[in-house]
Design a protein around this ligand. Structure first.
Ligand code: ADP
Ligand code: MG
Ligand code: MG
Length: 886
């Protein structure tokens, strides 16, 4: 009746494709067995049995152990040994093995099958009593720990005491008598805690299998699954395998090798081993293992066959492998192989090398790239082996690491940076007024604000490392110092931040530069040949534009002109424009802004020579340009108090007061109950058309200057937040009029487009009408998501949205990964409607989704022409766009 329920598969019956059923370890043991590699025989209990165990309320499914015993009989026949037989006992390991590798998270028990009788059998059969009792004490310790839950430290104490008594310094100095003594003490320890160590080998096996099933739900396994998004329902397989022994003498050993260097990708064996040791000794850290190169000296034949096997496995799996092996009396056995975890840098080198070696096609290499790796590659990072003095941890708001002198205000940051010093800007929170400080700093640290706070968004856009909301750090602006626990960091002292993990570190840390390695450049080149989706950049200044080009941007998909307005030298004029009480006053302010904007656009056109530059007309949260009302009130109060002292320069102070009060009045009048749905985007443009007129004028003046320099200019003027075609029609006419006026008879040299953002659901729904006035649609998926879901991003993230995702009400955060079922439908609808009216309508996405791989796959499938994302995400987008097409 064996195999009737099919809970069990011999290694011969499986293969690498069967990971879901056999777990990764089991599937690969099967694959290696069938490839004729030296794997000790064994079988796998399926993950389905584990699920059945849990479904039945932690009871082994019926027939499981019978099937296991039958499979064991098969091994007995082959090896001429019998499980539980005192003469020629068969010993096995009982090993966990999940579908997705979870290294070291679950439990494994070795030497199952030893008891007081069989241990003597092993001693006699091998003539090595020391070895037999070494195995036995290992079994009892692992069993006591894994099955009975007794802490390892209690066993280790006994081991330590025994060594002290017998005068043994190392484990290897312990003789047979020492191990015999320890075995008795271990058994007593277990008996004391409840049940005795089972002498029945059948019972050992059953309890071990159950314990491995249980280890699926131990704490560290659960945490690991959560972090790595591995489903809790999968369950683990159990592998039962005949033991081979690395602890039989000096011609024995055990180790782990990678077929290539996992941190650099270099093609050479990399790993460690121990002689006269058993499996877990290498990782447990009780003895310092030797580098694998030494094996070549110690056991040249073994090394040669290990090297050959490693190459063979790599060719077979067509990927770098992480291999566990054991040597018994000079013979090599393989106990595990899996795709090796590797650094981002190594991943790129290995992929490119495998293509060069003819192992992978270019497509395969591209498909295999882990997108997350690209993120790590381009930002400066802290080397993994650096020793760090971490003083606090905040939110990892913008990836990459930075190191420099602590500075507590934006002006000083700018000043110090100008004199060539590297600074970290530290603020309680940042406001638009700090933007120049952010620009000047290597990185930003704030004690308040979340992942979408101003500091975070700005820093990410600029590719600057940023740690936000670090509440453990108390920032004292007056004293110019930061306190975290007992540590104080004063202005000018060295501090480092890691925006990829949120760590705040005292002192300077040497950083590894983030750059496009030669391998990455090659991979990107291959991706470009494959993909059809174009990739543009969101960039607001020539520096970012140049960076974007370096990373391969095919244009600027979104230039947010309000960001240009935030620069320190513009703010006064921008404020004047906002505070203007009449059209005339406003025009005076606008006239001041015009040359600055023109300058901005010239910079962008030059950087993008010949590539399209999409300029979005002002879409301002106007209040962001004005000081905060509370702050104003406080300053007014201070000034009023000081004025009471009636100093001679009082008139000056009075003027200042009046100015502040005007400002406060305006700030109040601009207050909106719901700014997200207020007078934003083209609504402002319609009410105050002179603002957009100025911007349009600046665009075309800049175009003319650049054309004069021989730069090819392709401007695309984009109107934000359109909800009704009439808004766009009105503004388009003005844009065309201004363009015609500026370009005059040189209009032929400057082909331009006028288009719109599609970010209000109504615009998507009425896309057929809107397309009549638009040369292009750019889906502003940030706003489109907000408005489709009816929740503001700033209020949702970190509040209910996090809860939703944690409790699986939503599969993911729709602001990170596009909601295909909802927002996606609007996009597809608008695309169809728009194209029906205007066949050559250009379409793209410019929200943060443009840099998210899942969303990029959707954009490709939906038939959009391009995505636009921040410069640092461009390589990622190029790869994802290629993956979408493969
Ligand atoms: P993990 O998943 O934690 O790596 P494993 O099941 O791979 O646990 O077992 C850990 C180590 O135990 C292996 O690397 C190997 O050295 C040793 N081991 C497991 N099974 C056997 C066996 N049949 N013979 C010899 N050593 C084994
Ligand atoms: Mg292992
Ligand atoms: Mg928007």
């Amino acid at each position: 009746s064996r195999a009737s329920a099919g809970w069990v598969k011999l290694f011969e019956q499986g293969n690498a494709e069967m990971k879901t059923e056999l777990g990764g370890k089991g599937a690969n043991l099967a694959e290696m067995t069938n490839a004729g590699l030296p794997v000790p025989p064994g079988f796998t209990i399926t993950t389905e049995a584990c699920r059945a165990y849990y479904a039945a309320g932690a009871a082994l499914p019926e027939g499981l152990m019978e099937e296991a015993r039958a499979a064991l009989a098969e091994l007995e026949g082959r090896l001429g040994k019998t499980f539980g037989d005192a003469g020629q006992p068969l010993l096995v390991s009982v090993r966990s093995g999940s579908v997705t590798s979870m290294p070291g998270m679950m439990d494994t028990i070795l030497n199952v099958g030893l008891n007081d009788d069989t241990v003597r059998g092993v001693a006699e059969a091998t003539g090595n009593g020391r070895f037999a009792y070494d195995c036995y004490r290992r079994l009892i310790q692992m069993f006591g720990n894994v099955v009975f839950g007794i802490e390892p430290i209690r066993f280790e104490k006994l081991l330590h005491e025994m060594k002290r008594q017998t005068g043994a310094e190392h484990d290897r100095d312990v003789g047979e008598d020492g191990w015999i003594m320890l075995v008795e003490q271990y058994k007593a320890l277990i008996a004391k805690s409840g049940k005795p160590f089972p002498q029945s080998v059948g019972e050992q096996l059953t309890l071990a299998v159950e314990a491995v099933f249980r280890s699926w739900n131990n704490h560290r396994a659960k945490v690991y699954r959560k972090v790595n998004r591995i489903p809790d329902e999968q369950g683990t397989a159990v592998n039962i395998q005949a033991m081979v022994f690395g602890n039989k003498g000096d011609d024995c050993g055990t180790g782990v090798v990678f077929t290539r260097n996992p941190s650099t990708g270099e093609k050479s064996l990399f790993g460690e081993y121990l002689t006269n040791a058993q499996g877990e000794d290498v990782v447990a850290g009780v003895r310092t293992p030797l580098p694998i190169a030494e094996l070549e000296q110690q056991m040249p034949d073994v090394y040669a066959s290990l090297k050959q096997t490693a190459e063979r496995l790599e060719r077979h799996y067509r990927d770098m492998q992480d291999i566990e092996f054991t040597v018994e009396h000079g013979k090599l056995y393989l106990l595990q192989t899996r795709g090796g975890k590797r650094s981002a840098q190594a991943a790129m080198k290995i992929s490119a090398d495998l293509v060069d070696e003819g192992v992978l096609t270019r497509e395969e290499a591209i498909v295999r790239i882990e997108i997350g790796h690209l993120d790590q590659l381009l930002h400066p990072a802290i080397p993994a082996d650096a020793s760090l003095d971490v003083i606090a941890t905040g939110l990892p708001a913008s990836p990459g690491a930075a190191t420099g002198e602590a500075v507590f205000d934006a002006d000083r940051a700018e000043e110090w940076a100008r004199s060539g010093r590297r600074v970290i800007l530290i603020r309680s929170e940042t406001t638009p007024e700090d933007i120049h400080g952010v620009l000047a700093a290597e990185g930003v640290l704030t004690s308040r604000g979340g992942m979408t706070s101003h500091a975070a968004v700005v820093a990410r856009g600029m590719g600057k490392p940023c740690v936000c909301g670090c509440e453990e750090a108390r920032i004292d602006f007056e004293a110019r110092e930061l306190r975290a626990g007992s540590v104080v960091i004063r202005e000018g002292e060295a501090i480092s931040i890691d925006g990829s993990t949120g760590r705040v570190i005292r002192g300077e840390v040497p950083l590894r530069a983030g750059e496009m390695s030669a391998e990455l450049v090659r991979l990107l080149g291959w991706a470009d040949e494959i993909r059809s989706l174009r990739v543009a950049a969101n960039a607001d200044n020539p520096v970012d534009a140049a960076k974007a080009r370096e990373f391969g941007a095919e244009g600027i998909g979104l230039c947010r002109t309000e960001h240009m307005f935030l620069a320190a030298d513009r703010l006064p004029a921008v404020r004047e424009m906002i505070l203007a009480e009449s059209k005339e006053e406003r025009e005076i302010a606008l006239a001041k802004l015009l040359p600055m904007q023109q300058d901005d656009f010239e910079g962008m056109f030059r950087a993008m020579d010949g590539l399209p530059v999409t300029i979005r007309l002002l879409d301002p949260p106007l209040h962001e340009f004005l000081p905060n009302a509370d702050e104003l009130r406080q300053r007014i109060a201070e000034l009023t108090a000081a004025a009471a002292d009636a100093e001679p320069d009082g008139s000056d102070r009075r003027a200042q007061l009046t100015e502040l009060e005007t400002m406060l009045r305006k700030v109040r009048s601009l207050h909106e109950a719901n700014p997200m749905l207020g007078q934003r985007g083209c609504r402002l443009g319609v009410l105050f058309p002179e603002i957009y007129d100025m911007q349009t004028e600046a665009v075309f003046r800049a175009a003319l200057v650049c054309i004069g320099e021989g730069v090819r200019v392709v401007p695309e003027v984009m109107v934000p937040l359109v909800g009704h075609v009439n808004e766009l029609r009105f503004l388009r006419e003005r844009i065309e009029r201004t363009a015609a006026a500026i370009l005059g008879d040189r209009a032929g040299e400057c082909p331009y487009k006028v288009g719109t953002m599609i970010e209000v659901p109504r615009a998507a729904l009425t896309a057929a009408q809107i397309a009549e006035c638009a040369d292009f649609f750019s889906f502003g998926t940030n706003d489109l998501t907000q408005m489709t879901y009816g929740c503001s991003r700033d209020d949702a993230e970190g509040k209910f949205l996090t809860h939703y995702v944690e409790h699986k009400l939503l599969p993911h955060n729709p602001f990170q990964t596009l909601d295909q079922d909802g927002v996606g439908q609007l996009i597809e609808w608008a695309l169809r409607q728009g194209k029906a009216v205007r066949g050559n309508l250009k379409t793209g996405v410019c929200g943060e989704h443009g840099g998210d791989p899942q969303s990029i796959f959707f954009c490709h499938a939906a038939g959009l022409d391009y995505v636009s994302c921040s410069p640092y995400r461009i390589p990622l987008a190029r790869i994802a766009a290629a993956q979408a097409r493969i």
